[in-house]
Write a protein that binds this ligand. Structure first.
Ligand code: ADP
Ligand code: MG
Length: 619
């Protein structure tokens, strides 16, 4: 067995794990089963790839989509890993050959489609291999409550339990409501798994909803702003994809289209043009994207509102995977609701696997999801908070990086309310929790008098009702803000009590002002000015960056892989910033592992060197 750090650095070129990754890696290395719930782009693949390479034996990865496997295997091979996939994209001969090679132990990681697991050929192979780990990617597909139910996922459990030695199983997904989580654990038969649920937040994504009178010109304006960057435009129907793609081409953009009505050949070609940066914009239905790990997508624009938040967040999440700032913009119109209702109805009618009762239930669930999606388009609250709460997370009321926060919130002086809260905590002897303190300040709880407050005669305090002019949630929000600022503390334990801190005196005695972002008063007309763009931080040395990009394109073309598989934009930016002189310095760049260094190190160093000499002369 090898060390995880060695593997991480040698094959992937990273020196640290991202949140959640290490616990899952450690779990698998210790022989435990794991369940990783992490948002798109968080880095789930690494959680099973690192153990796969650290452990003796072979790792099987079950994955639902051919494009997904192909991409991941290409990436692994680039990183110097012996990997292969087994699915229906191979001819019978190729498949046999791959099985043979696998049987001879030529692969360390094998991706396999779920419907292959119980086939004779694969069963024979599985009986011979020393399987150290079975990883289930997109594990939500096992649940009929999720939005991508795949009955073939139900075979995974049978497969694993039929193996001579049951290896540990790791399950990974980005979308899972509570119900889907239970299904994953139960239907895959996970045994006492280590569960890691990292936040769903993607701080580098900027969210915005617009309701333009003319979607086409709104779209064009966004694309002009993002000139030269790569992005996806999602549409609800095939017809809209065709129209939008034509109009973008007419306006001079290199856009390609993707939907289920096109020939396999055209879909493949368009997808590759996009992945290889030959086309900068992909116009697509939701048929496009699962398994598209293109890391330099800098915007995702929804020309139509999707059917549900799960779909929206997954599609929007394809932006900014490498951690660079990226935009997710939704162009809403009332017609979108009508279209989606129609799609929901026909969708449930077309699914022949369902009986009438199931169909009715699916339809009801879908309608409910559509409603929540529509609320997203109409809320004037923080969009990020809306998303995170939808997925069952807590979130502050204000993120500062969404369209609503930029336009609907403003900094307000809350000194009086803050002082009242702190004074109330003190007057109550620091013996009560948030709920009671809020009830006292509001002068009762939602119209009723708070029982605790009454019993302890807290309604006789001078602070009683002193914040009755505020909304309950605003009082909570100010408390949360005070905690964040260290002006208020919460005791640990089962019944958290609000307590003062040494800093509280700054407000209580020294009259320090407290300012925080709160929603603007509602009477102000909600003008949604949208032109304000998020700043994409300037690439240092744009000239060098573009030369590095050109080199990357050449290297990628030579090998027939997408550019980002060679190195991400982010890695190129780092090279441009660091201007490494030696292979050792180049290794310090995130994403530059041993295999890549050997393959490309000299090429990148010589571009940097050349640039250094030229600019040295000029200055
Ligand atoms: P997910 O499957 O969770 O959507 P991926 O596994 O496709 O995400 O990873 C997304 C991106 O994050 C990839 O480009 C990957 O190389 C990068 N990544 C993963 N782990 C790390 C890490 N520890 N440090 C830096 N980048 C990472
Ligand atoms: Mg993934």
């Amino acid at each position: 067995m090898r060390g995880k750090w060695d593997v991480l650095e040698e094959y992937f070129g990273y020196r640290s794990f991202r949140p959640g990754q290490e616990a899952l890696v450690d779990g698998l290395l210790a022989g435990r089963e794991v369940f990783g719930l992490m948002p798109t782009g968080a880095g789930k693949s690494l959680c099973y790839q690192v153990p796969a390479l650290a452990m003796d034996g072979v790792t099987l990865v079950v994955s639902p989509l051919i494009s997904l496997m192909k991409d991941q295997v290409a990436s692994l091979i680039q990183s110097g890993v012996r990997a292969a996939y087994l699915n229906s994209s191979l001819t019978a001969r190729q498949y046999q050959l791959a099985l043979e090679r696998a049987g001879q132990g030529q692969y360390k990681i094998i991706y396999v489609a779920p419907e292959r697991l119980l086939t004779e050929g694969f069963q024979r192979l599985a009986g011979r291999l020393a399987i150290s780990l079975v990883a289930v990617d997109e594990a939500h597909c096992v649940s009929q409550w999720g939005q991508d139910f795949r009955p073939s996922y139900l075979k995974i459990r049978q497969f694993v339990e039929g193996l001579p030695h049951r290896p540990p199983v790791g399950a990974f997904t980005a979308t899972a409501t509570a119900q889907v989580r239970r299904d994953v654990v139960q239907l895959l038969g996970l045994r006492d798994p280590v569960v890691q649920c990292t936040g769903f937040d993607r701080p580098n994504l900027f969210f915005q909803v617009e309701k333009p009178a003319d979607k086409d010109s709104a779209l064009l304006a966004h694309l002009r702003e993002a000139e030269g960057q790569s992005g996806i435009v999602y549409c609800a129907t095939r017809k809209t994809v065709e129209e939008v793609c034509l109009s973008l081409n007419a306006a001079g953009f290199s856009a390609v289209r993707y939907h289920a009505g096109l020939s396999d050949e055209e879909r493949r070609r368009n997808q590759e043009d996009f992945l290889y940066d030959r086309a900068s914009v992909m116009v697509a239905t939701n048929a496009f994207g699962m398994g598209i790990d293109k890391s330099n997508v800098s915007f995702v624009i929804h020309y139509n509102m999707p059917k549900n938040m799960e779909g929206y967040y997954q599609e929007a999440g394809r932006a900014g995977r490498d951690g660079s700032p990226a935009k997710c913009i939704l162009l809403y119109s009332g017609q979108d609701v009508v279209t989606n209702r129609f799609l929901i109805r026909t969708g449930s009618e077309e699914n022949e696997e369902l009986d009438e009762e199931q169909r009715e239930r699916v339809r009801r669930l879908d309608e409910e999801r559509l409603k929540k999606m529509t609320f997203y388009c109409f809320t004037s609250d923080c969009l990020r908070a809306y998303i995170l709460r939808y997925f069952g997370e807590t979130a502050p009321d204000h993120c500062g990086n969404c369209g609503n926060c930029l336009t609907n919130f403003e900094e307000q002086d809350v000194t009086e309310a803050a002082a009242a809260i702190l004074a109330c905590v003190r007057a109550c002897g620091q013996r009560y929790g948030r709920k009671t303190i809020a009830a006292v300040l509001l002068g009762g709880e939602k119209g009723k008098r708070n029982e605790t407050a009454r019993r302890h005669s807290l309604d006789e305090l001078p602070q009683f009702g002193s914040l009755s002019g505020l909304q309950e949630h605003t009082v909570y929000e100010i408390m949360r803000f005070l905690e964040e600022q260290g002006l208020l503390a919460v005791s640990p334990g089962e019944y958290p009590l609000l307590q003062l801190t040494p800093q509280s005196a700054r407000v209580l005695q020294k009259g320090e002002r407290v300012r925080m972002k709160l929603p603007k008063e509602q009477e102000a007309p909600q003008r949604r000015r949208s032109r304000k763009a998020v700043e994409i931080p300037d690439t240092q040395r744009p000239e060098l960056f573009s030369r590095l990009r050109a080199l990357r394109s050449r290297l990628a073309a030579r090998q027939g892989v997408p550019a980002y598989v060679v190195l991400t934009d982010r890695a190129l930016r780092e090279i441009a910033a660091l201007m490494p002189r030696s292979e050792d310095e180049l290794l310090a760049v995130n994403g530059m592992g041993r295999a890549k260094l050997e393959k490309y190190g000299r090429d990148f160093l010589s571009v940097v060197q050349e640039y250094r000499e030229e600019t040295g002369k000029n200055s």
